[in-house]
Design a protein around this ligand. Structure first.
Ligand SMILES: [Fe+2]
Ligand SMILES: [Fe+2]
Length: 567
């Protein structure tokens, strides 16, 4: 592991790269001698049109440090753009030009160079609508450039809505893990018109298509553009963002594409926080603390061979990228400092965490719970009163009771049955409250929202065969690759322990697909503030459906921090 000071910023690559102008992505690939499947229509190019080298595609928004003032507009283009820029339209036909900064990287597997552009719009008015265009001198649509509108966040104690899911993939089903549902999932966000969307990891599964990673990202980016160009999509990295050939932690593709609030550490872009109204949102990179080995993996028997131009050696069977502990504790120190600051700010009523992997999941055919999160971050969530934790990783819907603290030495080894300390979270209630409202000052509710749109739903759940109670798999140690039964083939075993899932409140056995919709009401000095969570399921499974129907509703309620008396 490198010391923090040696961590390379993703945009550093752009400063050292010099690319030819005015060639298409296909020409670029041809020149590199790489055969990459590029599904028709995903590039946004018009046949017979002039050079599309700088034509924006994959347009997406993110909030900056202050969502009421700062928005990043980001995009990619098939090759290097000339004078990439945003036109921010003003009433009366005038516009302001904001130049974009280039970040580029060359995929370490197939040699394709990816060009992305990021324009920071600052000093915006809060709670306001803006119309913008993105273009470049070599944009084939320069006369009618891509144009969309967005809204900045409101300020103060005001109502707003956000949505969340993870594990989206792409609608191009020739890619591993892609599914038609990922198309409908983007429309679902638009249907609910949130201020922003939390995309909680496993964005497109490019690392399962290792010879075509940039093309998978392009299909993902062009799919989500239908929503992400209209409202910020705030991501966190999942295990499938960890790619062979793309940096020490495998995150170059992810980091190059997203401009996110600064975390002040030498690991930019991985974790961050932002504030909307009376809620603090904290986005974490859980691969830093989980035990599970679930990033890029060559199971064999053949080596994976990067293109010669990459200069990379073949990747031997049994190789995986395991980045547990990569920040050396920097992320956890940042998390505690961020939570401590929130505790001292009485304008913050709610703390919402998003991360990809799960502390509380009882999926049977998914990954299960990870003790790394339980022992590293759950004590901080308890100490500083985190209200909600939104995760994906298991492709299903599960809701926990509010939990605080944990029971030790009540788990069992999955193979031997011997006692294992899984740090079993303790529920503070195990039935619905009489008034229908959960008080999350007493405990944190965890939600699994991993149903964006992969082709692998995980909506089968564990049951203890002895008593019929919910049972969870728990990963308590690293499952590094070991030799499998066939010669040259390696496996990563699943969770090593089991526990009774006494914390599990609701599991969706109907479908793995859905979206969480959250409405914050600020209340008043006398009335509680509330967050209403509605989970809508999409009963389409492998065929895909645009029909999302209500499955679960909970209300979180508590006195505001500025209330005269705490109720
Ligand atoms: Fe996933
Ligand atoms: Fe995952």
């Amino acid at each position: 592991m490198k010391p923090e000071s040696q961590e390379q910023r993703p945009d550093a690559a752009a400063e050292t790269f010099s690319a030819p102008h005015s060639i298409s992505r296909r020409d670029f690939l041809k020149g590199a001698g790489v055969a990459v499947a590029v599904p028709a229509g995903v590039l946004g190019e018009t046949p017979g049109a002039p050079s599309a080298a700088g034509t924006p595609e994959q347009v997406h928004l993110t909030f900056g440090d202050d969502p009421s003032r700062t928005v990043f507009i980001s995009w990619a283009s098939p090759a290097q753009a000339t004078n990439p820029r945003v036109l921010l339209h003003r009433p009366g036909g005038a516009h302001t030009v904001i130049p974009a900064v280039q970040r580029a990287y060359t995929d370490g597997m197939n040699g394709q160079t990816v060009f992305t552009y990021h324009a920071k719009l600052d000093s915006l008015e809060s709670h306001s609508s803006y119309r913008y265009s993105v273009t470049a001198n070599n944009d084939s649509r320069r006369q009618r450039p891509f144009t969309a509108t967005f809204r900045t966040a409101p300020r103060g104690r005001v109502p707003f809505r956000w949505t969340s899911y993870g594990d989206l993939s792409t609608p191009v089903t020739s890619w591993t893990r892609s599914s038609p549902q990922s198309y409908h999932a983007v429309d679902a966000v638009e249907r609910f018109q949130p201020l922003f969307h939390l995309l909680n990891g496993d964005l497109c599964y490019a690392n399962l298509n290792p010879t075509a990673q940039p093309a998978v990202w392009a299909d993902f980016g062009n799919n989500v553009q239908r929503s992400a160009a209209n409202r910020p999509w705030m991501p966190c990295p999942g295990n499938h963002e960890i790619e062979f050939g793309n940096g020490e932690h495998g995150l170059n593709s992810y980091l190059t594409r997203y401009a996110l609030p600064d975390n002040g550490t030498s690991f930019p872009g991985r974790w961050y926080a932002f504030r909307v109204g009376s809620a603090l949102f904290i986005s974490l990179a859980a691969d830093d603390v989980i035990y599970q080995d679930s990033g890029a993996f060559n199971s064999g028997p053949a080596p994976l061979t990067p293109v010669a131009s990459s200069g990379h050696e073949p990747i031997a069977p049994g190789t995986s990228i395991y980045i547990h502990g990569y920040s050396g504790g920097a992320q956890t120190r940042w998390l505690e400092a961020t939570l401590a600051a929130a505790q001292n700010d009485t304008n913050i009523d709610w703390i919402i965490v998003q991360m990809h992997q799960d502390a509380l999941s009882s999926s049977e055919n998914g990954n299960g719970s990870d003790r790394g999160i339980r022992e590293t971050w759950l004590p901080l969530f308890d100490r500083y009163g985190v209200d909600l934790v939104l995760c994906g990783h298991d492709h299903d819907y599960e809701r926990s009771w509010p939990v605080r603290g944990c029971n030790h030495h009540v788990g069992r080894d999955a193979a031997s049955g011997e006692t294992v300390d899984t740090c079993q979270p303790q529920p503070v209630v195990t039935s619905d409250p009489a008034d229908g409202r959960f008080d999350t000052r007493r405990g944190t509710i965890h939600l699994i929202l991993g149903g964006g749109g992969t082709n692998m739903p995980n909506d089968l759940y564990g049951v203890n065969p002895l008593n019929g109670a919910p049972q969870a798999k728990v990963i308590t140690k690293a499952n590094r690759p070991t030799a499998g039964a066939a010669p040259g083939v390696f496996v990563r075993h699943s969770a090593d322990a089991l526990e009774d899932a006494i914390w599990s409140a609701r599991r969706n056995t109907v479908t793995g697909y859905g979206i969480g919709v959250f409405d914050l009401e600020p209340g008043s000095a006398n009335d509680p503030t509330t967050v209403t969570m509605r989970y809508y399921q999409a009963v389409g499974d492998h065929g895909g459906t645009s029909d999302y129907e209500l499955f679960d509703t909970i209300v979180l309620a508590k006195a505001r921090r500025d209330a005269k008396r705490s109720s």
